[in-house]
Design a protein around this ligand. Structure first.
Ligand code: AHR
Length: 528
């Protein structure tokens, strides 16, 4: 049985166990005897787009740069991403993918055409970072590629030729061309995105039109990798409903009408969802990245919690069409989107603070708790754009608070989800009321239980008691990311105020674990 937070229970608990004004009590129950779905490592995936300094400077500096690099890719960024086992990178966009012609990005770099990035600020695109450079990046990191093909200005033939170029045997014509450009051995492309935001920058399509286009692309791309459909925009459930019916059922009318059958034929591996966090729900009114108040904090938490409802409802839709559970959800773009730099708005560069860490912890807990369907996710974006893992300034690099959360969550990768339940008073500011505590727990093959807990409350520490059913815990230790200020942030060349620190005073007594989760914190606990 799956436990979920229950509001009534939470309120009742608060009434029964009064806490001091600056603290509140939380009780967490984890059932270790009912392991569920495996938490797919791909939910810790990333997204890199030709946008601002996301590619150029962020990962690509060129082989002649004084910034230490390997074949043009910066060493500091690769080292940082390897350390947290980044599993997957989506590229080349985003909206950029919808104007990208892959042939512009192969061959001698000096001879590649210089284009204009019409999706992002009309900046000149050198095309120096293309297919070979991206595949080198994923190989250096030890990750897998997720390639988004161009639907808005491309064609199935162009997308198919790209896949043949990347995956064809060395003896094929496409493989020989690849070898002439420096790579004889074929690459693997495990994931192929059929378009990006096809309801918007990816062609302004209706769900009906996209479904037909999808079928056309799927029929030529199906031999090359798992196919991932363009997203439903956030809570646009009707989009996925239409897509699942029209794109897929009609595809195989004579062979059976179940989605499971179609998934088996590899015509659909995942449907996708894109959803960004603001403080509130108004795309046009974004909160500043720093210097915001508690109302903005709470409204950002409320918006992030919507991810849970969104995943649950997209999952319910799939449950109806695909009871066998073959088709997954790829949350292909997620993260915080704050007010952008006035001088270079199209760069989407923003500071990354403790608020971003808490948003990351909450979002990853939600994905993990829906592991049966959520099989991939991509933070937008990996470097220097929106809610990044690392930021660069010329030759300098820093790890963001979001990076530290991905670090804390590593123990969940490939582990089995354990059902968990929280009872705690809600967190309220002005007219915003949200659950104050989010948890997710899993068990690894070696028996270690990892529990990640987020205290969203900006002011009050939580006195947490964790009861484990079906296992006797002998020892527990943890790490925490927190700070005094809501907008605490790291600075280049200075000690990191948000680096994870050991969790103090974790007590194990009678099989239960007690600890204090500081206000506005993300923590991990390892128990065995
Ligand atoms: O991540 C930035 C942009 O957000 C992407 O290009 C687009 O897909 C989304 O709207």
């Amino acid at each position: 049985m799956k436990f979920r937070l229950k509001w009534l229970a939470a309120v009742a608990f608060a009434a029964t166990f009064p806490a001091q004004a600056d603290t509140f009590d939380a009780r967490v129950t984890v059932n270790a005897s009912q392991p569920g779905a495996i938490i797919d490592p791909n939910i810790y995936g990333q997204f890199v787009e030709h946008l601002g300094r996301g590619v150029y400077e962020g990962v690509w500096v060129g082989p002649d740069s004084p910034i230490p690099n390997t074949r043009g890719i910066r060493n500091d960024v690769v080292k940082a991403l390897r350390a947290i086992k980044i599993p997957l990178i989506r590229w080349p966009g985003g909206c950029f993918a919808e104007t990208y012609h892959w042939r512009d990005g192969i061959g001698p770099r000096g001879e590649r055409p210089r284009g204009v990035n019409t999706a992002w600020g009309d900046e000149v695109e050198s095309n120096h970072f293309g297919t070979h450079e991206f595949m080198d990046l994923v190989e250096q990191i030890g990750a897998k590629p997720f390639i988004s093909v161009n639907l808005a200005s491309g064609s199935p033939a162009e997308a198919q030729a790209w896949m043949q170029y990347m995956t064809g045997p060395a003896s094929s014509g496409a493989g020989q061309e690849r070898a002439r450009n420096g790579r004889s051995e074929p690459w693997k492309v495990p994931f192929i995105g059929i378009g990006n935001e096809t309801w918007g920058c990816g062609g302004n399509m209706t769900a009906e039109f996209y479904s037909d286009i999808y079928r056309q692309y799927a029929s030529v791309l199906q031999p090359y990798g798992m196919l991932i459909a363009s997203d439903a925009n956030s809570d646009d459930y009707a989009w996925n409903e239409i897509f699942l019916k029209r794109a897929l059922y009609r595809h195989a009318p004579d062979h059976g009408t179940t989605l499971a059958y179609i998934a088996k034929q590899q015509q659909i591996g995942m449907v996708s969802v894109h959803f960004y966090t603001f403080a509130g729900n108004d795309w046009g009114k974004k909160s500043p990245a720093i210097g915001f108040g508690e109302t903005d904090w709470a409204r950002a938490m409320e918006r992030t919690w919507k991810t849970d409802e969104m995943v649950a409802r997209h999952s319910a839709l799939l449950d109806r069409h695909d009871p066998a559970g073959k088709v997954g959800i790829s949350f292909s773009e997620w993260g915080a989107w704050w007010a952008t730099d006035k001088d270079r708005p199209s760069n989407l560069y923003q500071a990354n603070t403790l608020r971003d860490a808490v948003i990351a912890g909450l979002t990853l807990n939600i994905f993990q708790n829906h592991a049966a369907r959520v099989r991939m996710a991509n933070l937008a974006q990996m470097v220097n754009v929106l809610q990044s893992l690392v930021l660069t300034r010329g030759g300098e690099m820093l790890l963001t608070p979001t990076y530290h959360v991905f670090d804390l969550y590593q123990g969940h990768q490939g582990a089995k989800l354990l059902p968990s339940r929280v009872e705690a008073a809600a967190y309220s500011v002005d007219t915003t009321t949200v659950p104050s505590i989010s948890v997710s727990a899993s068990r690894r093959a070696d028996g270690v239980i990892t529990l990640t807990l987020v205290n969203l409350d900006a002011k009050r520490d939580a006195k947490v008691r964790i009861d484990l059913q079906g296992v006797v815990v002998g020892k527990a230790s943890g790490r925490v990311v927190t700070a005094k200020a809501m907008d605490a942030q790291p600075a280049f060349g200075k000690p990191d105020p948000l680096a994870p620190s050991p969790l103090q005073q974790v007590q194990v007594r009678g099989g239960a674990v007690s600890l204090t989760a500081p206000a506005k914190s993300v923590l991990v606990l390892e128990m065995q």
